[in-house]
Design a protein around this ligand. Sequence first.
Ligand code: HEC
Length: 124
Amino acid sequence: MKRTFVLTAAMVFCGFSAWAESHAADAKTAETAEAVTMEQEVDLEAAEKIFRKSCRACHGNKAQGASSYPSLSDKEPAYIVEKLERYRAGEKFGPNSVLMIQHAKKLSDSDIVSLSVYVTTAFD
Ligand code: HEC
């Protein structure tokens, strides 16, 4: 139990540092970006619930993908955030974006950040 918690905390940290780094426009804003992300709290438990309910049927139990459903586990959190935000805005950039737009519409900003860390770190 304790071990799982420590491991999870470490993974969250790695995940959001990567995310904050790639989102920071320059070194000056890096600290702010990190602080904001911290406050948002990367809620891996909530992300797991959403993933089990609304994502894994298509993207696979380990977000590994299958045929026309892309793998998510091999991507970076920032990449996942960007895609989910674009789908949520209704943007079609792939042959099957319509399938994603309806799912992304229900996600909040913090759902998106948490999911991005969850799908890229939980199945390593
Ligand atoms: C009905 C099946 C389905 C469900 C459910 C679904 N997806 Fe997708 N997802 C897809 C398909 C198909 C694509 C490729 C869409 C395209 O062509 O633009 C995709 C693309 C994506 C991408 C972009 C990946 C890339 O490499 O470009 C992300 C991120 C993503 N999904 C996350 C999620 C998350 C998070 C959930 C749960 C909230 C979810 N998906 C639920 C089918 C699904």
